[in-house]
Design a protein around this ligand. Structure first.
Ligand code: MG
Length: 375
């Protein structure tokens, strides 16, 4: 596909209520939408590193600058026939996986629109496996004003039959909170997400958590660490899941070799796009490490890509992809993401036949910066 033009939109979408985690508090989600055009056809991608460099070293304004000044000019005016070819053209730019993901995901969106094939089918072909047609999703709760508020929310998720519940976990909102929740719901599947809020010296805390029978502990230690996670995993029974530390295929291969984790969370943005996400999925599958797909509070434009990815067979733990109404009064996209009931009657998602696109008026209203790169 010859790439004639790339449009970048840095958008800030207000949340219904702030999202509180170990890395901070967000009142609006900052993401960059990328429209890639070939002839008369366009495709969209979205990458959402949030407003400040606190989840990872990247942030919305920085992503926009890198994509505008360096990455998009390396792609526009080129014939790009595969995700690998796109990644190869970006490979000499170090790091910046979220910025590369904006372009990579837009390329896949363009490919789906040019070929008329559903994105999940294209990803299955590229990964060499048969995609499923639905995926269960979990419930996910950030830090709340009180444990009573959390118990109400968890009770509703249990009643709604969410197959697992994830609790954000940070100093001041940690073991006492978890003991209360586990005491109320002894049989429910729970895991915690520490968002790199702890250090190896906190191993005794995680050994206490072993008694609470969690499915996993997500990213307990530093955002770029593999070695301390391997040491922690040797000292606790609960599986460690890496999220922030997995920024590409090489990091995944190193985590497998070091035995740093027993689960991997894959977010297309964090790893550099769908092309890389497929390779990580396959590497983990070969190593016997189950995966699950996470999102970054993208609009339905980006979430639809996460849903398509989640159809691959090694994503065996329920996904972290939220319906639009959970966080937004109105989704940026022309079609919101909505939960369905799976065949097992669990809350879940099915892939879109037609990928959602930004609704033009909403996109204009939420755009902070816009750039056009032409060949
Ligand atoms: Mg996480």
């Amino acid at each position: 596909m010859y790439i004639d033009r790339i449009d970048l939109y840095h958008v800030a979408t207000p949340l219904i209520y702030p999202w509180r985690t170990a890395y901070g508090e967000d009142a609006a989600v900052h993401s960059v939408l990328c429209r890639m055009t070939s002839g008369s056809v366009s495709g969209w991608g979205e990458s959402s590193p949030l407003a400040a460099p606190c989840y990872s070293p990247e942030w919305g304004g920085g992503l926009f600058a890198v994509a505008n000044e360096w990455l998009a000019p390396a792609i526009v005016g080129q014939n790009i026939s595969s995700g690998e070819e796109l990644q190869a053209r970006l490979a000499h730019f170090k790091g910046n996986p979220f910025a590369k993901a904006a372009l990579d995901c837009a390329w896949w969106g363009l490919k789906a629109n040019v070929t008329g094939k559903p994105l999940d089918a294209l990803l299955g072909e590229a990964a060499g496996c048969q995609p499923r047609d639905e995926v269960p999703v979990g419930a996910d709760f950030g830090v709340m004003d009180s444990i009573d508020d959390l118990l109400v929310a968890v009770g509703k998720a249990v009643a709604d039959r969410f197959p697992r519940i994830k609790l954000k976990f940070r100093p001041g909102w940690d073991l006492p909170m978890l003991c209360v929740v586990r005491g109320q719901y002894p049989k429910q599947t729970f895991h915690i997400d520490c968002n790199s809020g702890y250090r190896l010296a906190d191993t005794p805390l995680f050994q206490q958590i072993d008694e609470l029978n969690l499915a996993m502990i997500e990213q307990p230690l530093a955002h770029d660490d593999l070695i301390d996670h391997a040491e922690l995993q040797r000292q606790i029974r609960t599986p460690v899941c890496l999220d922030e530390s997995i920024t590409g295929l090489r990091k995944t291969e190193q985590a497998i070799a070091l035995q740093s984790c027993r689960y991997v969370n894959i977010k297309p943005g964090r790893v550099g796009g769908l092309t890389v996400a497929l390779k990580i999925h396959n590497a983990c599958q070969a190593a016997g490490i189950p995966c699950w797909v996470g999102g970054m509070l993208e609009s339905a434009v980006g979430a639809a890509h996460c849903v398509a990815l989640a159809m691959l067979p090694n994503f065996t733990y329920p996904a972290d992809i939220f319906p639009s109404a959970r966080f937004y009064r109105q989704d940026l996209a022309d079609a919101p993401l909505e939960l369905i009931r799976t065949r097992d009657s669990l809350p879940g998602l099915r892939p879109f036949n037609r990928l959602p696109q930004p609704q033009p008026d909403r996109l204009a209203r939420l755009t902070v910066q816009h750039a056009v790169i032409e060949g």
